[in-house]
Design a protein around this ligand. Sequence first.
Ligand SMILES: C[S@@+](CC[C@H](N)C(=O)[O-])C[C@H]1O[C@@H](n2cnc3c(N)ncnc32)[C@H](O)[C@@H]1O
Length: 211
Amino acid sequence: LIIVPDVENYLSKFLPERDSLLLRLEEEAKKEGIPIIHLDSMQLINVILQWIKPKRIIELGTAIGYSTIWLARANPNAVIETIERKKVYVERAFFNIKEANLEKNIIVHFGDIFNILPNLEPADVIFLDAAKGQYQELLELSFTKLNEGGALLIDNILFRGFLANKEEVETKPMLNKIAKFNEKLAIDYRFLTSFVPIGDGLAICYKKGRF
Ligand SMILES: C[S@@+](CC[C@H](N)C(=O)[O-])C[C@H]1O[C@@H](n2cnc3c(N)ncnc32)[C@H](O)[C@@H]1O
């Protein structure tokens, strides 16, 4: 847990409503252990997106399309390109996106981000939610595909709060990688970054203009 339980419980009353499709996906994710974004983080992203009105959004890590549907609904005029390497997830994401009637807004790419992202046009927002151990390399690649003034949104930067536990970080290689990633990101002059203790930890990074 990242927020104290009383506060989490209090805030849970204010979570946004979902339609039957999103509720079904939440249920499937829970049952099958599919990692999808926490609702409070999703709502923060929703607010940011309505604000900055991006024309192009790239999502790294689609899973079954839960966050993808949120991204598209927040921005009906935007093109969303999303990348996923697990075939079974891609098939389910296609199906779910079709059910949401969003197949005109969303392009799902099947394959590895490192092969696909270099061929995409730059975007105004990149949502990074793929393999946590690859975040450093993914950040560098994302930087080249993010317009100046754009937003890079990164999920799981607190990983269930373990990042605050020194012993866990020292003994678990994946946590160690996220810890090093966060430290570098905090002093990365190319971005202005806020580490938000919401959901599983969300970094909000503004790509500076001329520097
Ligand atoms: C946390 S899940 C995505 C959840 C989704 N964004 C949501 O909130 O509904 C991460 C996904 O990224 C995919 N992934 C991880 N590394 C990848 C890579 N290098 N290329 C493509 N997909 C990757 C995994 O297969 C997994 O389905």
